[in-house]
Design a protein around this ligand. Structure first.
Ligand SMILES: C=C1C[C@]23C[C@H]1CC[C@H]2[C@]1(C)CCC[C@@](C)(C(=O)O)[C@H]1[C@@H]3C(=O)O
Ligand SMILES: O=C(O)CCC(=O)C(=O)O
Ligand SMILES: [Fe+2]
Length: 386
């Protein structure tokens, strides 16, 4: 039985009372507010919906977090000593704060720079053009600008474009088809680049899953096979400059509900991780990917590794971009830890669930934060009991 401190009980109570939604996720959110950064960023005042509470506002000059640098080259070349060393580093990072950098990753640098270049092209289009890919309520794919119409307060100062990736052989063009179908033939070059980028991310994810398996003392195939046919989410984050960056957040504090995040940030900086009671910055390193585990992997590891709290701050000078590949299992796969990670000293912490159900929870019932998995576990139980 999971224990919930009173605050969680209240959140659960909200879910039960309002039959499915919690205060933050409300259908009656102000639809009139349109986030057109090209207009908003020149206004003197920031609409109240974008101003975060004092205890969540950005801190001036956060200290840098020295994140372990995992050299992936030796592992890729099949060197068992290098693989063991990389696995040890990954394990240490995941036991501490869940973030590490991966270098010598084998992903073509031209592919990465093209992926960034095409982000500039897309997000600099007129809002009406971008809204042709408008995310529908309850859907995780599409274009979203600060989630107006989805949340009623603490709106993130960002625009996003999210789309599906599938590692299944019969879905090898799913990304290209999305761009062509949603935005038109002239967007085929973007579709090709992001298809290639997601293929590379999927391959890198499976290698990292081998290192994670080794670091937990189970077979290196255990997790990589689980994600072989992954149905993942690719998200392009675009953070326009904000005239009052001390009042807003690009992405609020959260743990990723997904399994593994492979993030490439540009040279601007703004990613922060909450470690030992304070926000610490992860400084840009364009030759490396920033990797962190999410809630679904925390459940898969039976809580051995923690999904970590992080956020993104904005600035008043230049747009910031990040490409986030969210590794997710095939939607109907049951998320359940390997037997080796469950024993009398390590009883089960989370119930079995499917990623489809957790995704539905974050898209229709609950704004992902630092408590998502706990609240989801109770919501799931209540669904089963009703
Ligand atoms: C499954 C997902 C939901 C979010 C995108 C992916 C993984 C991260 C999640 C998110 C970024 C966590 C913070 C809140 C959120 C609403 C956001 O700011 O975008 C989350 C994404 C989402 O629900 O769209
Ligand atoms: O843009 C960033 O640096 C972080 C974004 C993030 O955490 C997310 O999209 O889940
Ligand atoms: Fe995140």
């Amino acid at each position: 039985m999971l224990y919930y401190p009173p605050s969680h009980a209240m959140a659960i109570d909200c879910i039960v009372k309002s039959k499915s939604s919690v205060p933050e996720m409300c259908q009656e959110a102000s639809k009139s507010l349109v986030f057109d950064a090209s207009l908003l960023q020149h206004q003197n005042s920031i609409p109240a919906e974008f101003v975060w509470p004092d205890h969540e506002k950005p801190c001036p000059n956060p200290k840098e977090l020295p994140v372990p640098l995992v050299d992936f080259g030796g592992f890729l070349s099949g060197n068992p000593v290098a693989a063991a060393e990389a696995s040890k580093l990954v394990g240490e990072a995941c036991r501490e704060h869940g973030f590490f950098l991966v270098t010598n990753h084998g992903v073509d640098s031209d592919l990465i720079s093209n992926a960034h270049r095409y982000m500039d092209y897309f997000f600099e289009l007129p809002l009406s053009e971008k809204q042709r890919a408008q995310r529908k309520l309850g859907e995780h794919c599409g274009y979203a600008s600060s989630f107006t119409g989805r949340f009623s307060s603490k709106l993130p100062w960002k625009e996003t474009l999210s789309f599906r990736f599938s590692a299944e052989k019969n879905s090898s063009h799913i990304v290209q088809e999305y761009f062509e179908k949603t935005l038109g033939d002239e967007f085929l070059p973007l579709g090709e680049i992001y298809q290639e980028y997601c293929n590379a991310m999927s391959k890198l994810s499976l290698g990292i899953m081998e290192l994670l398996g080794m670091s937990l003392g189970i077979s290196k195939e255990s997790f990589s096979e689980f994600f072989q046919d992954n149905e993942s989410i690719m998200r392009l984050n675009y953070y326009p400059p904000c005239q009052k960056p001390e009042l807003t957040l690009g992405t609020g504090p959260h743990c990723d509900p997904t399994s593994l995040t492979i993030l490439h940030q540009d040279t601007v900086g703004g990613l922060e991780v909450f470690v030992d009671g304070e926000w610490r910055s992860i400084n840009p390193n364009v030759t490396a990917f920033v990797v962190n585990i999410g809630d679904t992997f925390m459940a898969l590891s039976n809580g051995r590794y923690k999904s970590c709290l992080h956020r993104a701050v904005v600035n008043n000078k230049t747009p910031r971009k990040s490409l986030a590949f969210f590794l997710c299992p095939k939607e109907d796969k049951v998320v359940s830890p390997p037997n080796e990670l469950v024993d009398s000293n390590n009883p089960r912490i989370y119930p079995d669930f499917t990623w489809a159900k957790l995704l539905e929870f974050t898209q229709k019932h609950y704004r992902a934060d630092m408590n998502t998995l706990q609240i989801f576990s109770t919501w799931l139980q209540q669904q089963k009991n009703s």
